[in-house]
Design a binder for this molecule. Structure first.
Ligand code: SAH
Length: 398
């Protein structure tokens, strides 16, 4: 029997609409002795069972794993969820010979709040964002092995940076399959036919940003014979696509030395000894000073999340405005700006307004050609709009 959480009157409504979060203010009682990470049965105020979730300290107190009245969170549950996730990726055509980089589990979008799994040529990088997912890691591993069978080459558990700081979980990043000393896991994976070195051990997030796959491909359509500036390049994803689309020149910028190294490595992997690419270790705002963008036909701005929390929202919006203004002001007539925000706390409308403000300050004619988002392997539950985090605009500047 799981501990039972009973909601205040009327507070079951969002749950009945399959929204997976319960805020702490909606809870009538917390069972005695409940610990962060525990599974809980949730009931409406009148005792109606609403499903099973897990408890976490914070304003989101419970995240739901199942909306069925009685569903046990056992091995079968994990296998079922992961099998559904894998089926969807096959249905999307994302597991091919020339594309083996894919997000297998995207938290709420795959009905597994708090869990992210990316696949890189059969290496699963598992990331727990909550204590429960951390505690469940061996069960998740077991289910992954069953569901992926011989497609699974290795599993790297990477959660030190994502687990809530409040929790003592004893998390340590490292290989959990086939063994902790794993050294020969594939280090290179393929996205749309292009090769990328994946830094499981030290890289940001899961080691590679899977969510820009389609947007990189869109960039590729526009770059032939053009000069490209890729700001916040990280592993150089946009730069590699730009070279493959026939760009005349590509400049990549990142403030992290390791990112510059990774970018150069990935360029070398795909275009050995090319003289069309150069990478610069620099702060983006500094780099853009002095009208630098006048020398490029296409600029990509893909900064890290400026707002990690709601409190930082206003400052984040100002940051997006300042950055986009610095780029837009000097771009040549007829140039394109690919600009992104991956802050979950910033809505699509707010981001567009921040970019609008930037454009208005320059007084230039700016048109929106594309409105971009995250790809289908980062699905968004229609009941959980918070799951939409990646927003992008392609602007034409006159
Ligand atoms: N466009 C990348 C992902 C970008 S992640 C891709 O397609 O994979 C954000 C990157 O911004 C990180 O690599 C980080 O090192 C870099 N960064 C953060 N602050 C920066 C700054 N002020 N100037 C330049 N780069 C910065």
């Amino acid at each position: 029997m799981l501990p039972i959480i009973i909601l205040k009157p009327k507070k079951e409504e969002s749950l009945m609409r399959l929204h997976p979060w319960i805020f702490s203010g909606a809870i009538r009682n917390l069972p005695h002795g409940l610990k962060e990470g525990d599974l809980v049965a949730v009931q409406a105020n009148d005792g109606t069972p609403l499903g099973t979730g897990y408890y976490q300290i914070g304003s989101i107190a419970v995240r739901m794993l199942s909306f069925e009245a009685q569903e046990t969170i056992d091995n079968h549950f994990w296998e079922k969820r992961l099998a559904e996730a894998l089926d969807l990726r096959f249905q999307l055509g994302l597991l091919r010979k020339d594309n083996n980089i894919v997000r297998l589990v995207h938290g709420e979008g795959d009905r597994l709040p708090g869990l992210v799994i990316d696949l890189f040529d059969g290496v699963a990088v598992v990331q727990a964002h909550t204590v429960t997912m951390h505690l469940m890691r061996t069960r998740i591993l077991k289910a992954l092995k069953v569901v992926m069978a011989d497609r699974l080459k290795a599993v790297y558990y990477k959660s030190e940076g994502t687990l809530p700081f409040k929790a003592y979980t004893g998390a340590k990043d490292g290989f959990i399959y086939p063994d902790a000393a794993m050294t020969d896991a594939p280090q290179v994976a393929v996205e749309n036919g292009l090769r990328f070195h994946i830094d499981y051990l030290e890289g940001q997030k899961t080691g590679f940003f899977v969510d820009q796959r389609e947007n990189r491909n869109l960039l590729k359509q526009y770059v032939h014979n053009k000069r490209i500036l890729n700001m916040f390049c990280y592993t150089g994803g946009f730069s590699v696509y730009a070279l493959s689309g026939g760009a005349k020149l590509v400049h990549s910028v990142d403030s992290s030395a390791r990112a510059i190294e990774l970018t150069n490595e990935n360029i070398q992997l795909n275009f050995p000894n090319t003289d069309r690419h150069e990478a610069f270790e620099a702060d983006a705002f500094r780099f853009l000073q002095g009208g630098r963008t006048k020398d490029y036909d296409i600029v990509v701005l893909d900064p890290p999340a400026f707002a990690k929390h709601r409190d930082a929202l206003r400052q984040a919006l100002r940051g997006y405005t300042r950055l986009n203004e610095a780029a837009l002001r000097h771009m040549p007539t007829g140039s394109l700006l690919f600009t992104f925000s991956c802050s979950q706390a910033v809505s699509r409308e707010q981001f567009r307004l921040a970019v609008f403000t930037a454009a208005a300050r320059t007084g230039r004619h700016v048109r929106i050609l594309h409105q971009l988002t995250q790809p289908a392997d980062h699905p968004i539950s229609i009941y959980h709009p918070e799951g939409e985090y990646l927003k992008g605009l392609v602007l034409h500047v006159e």
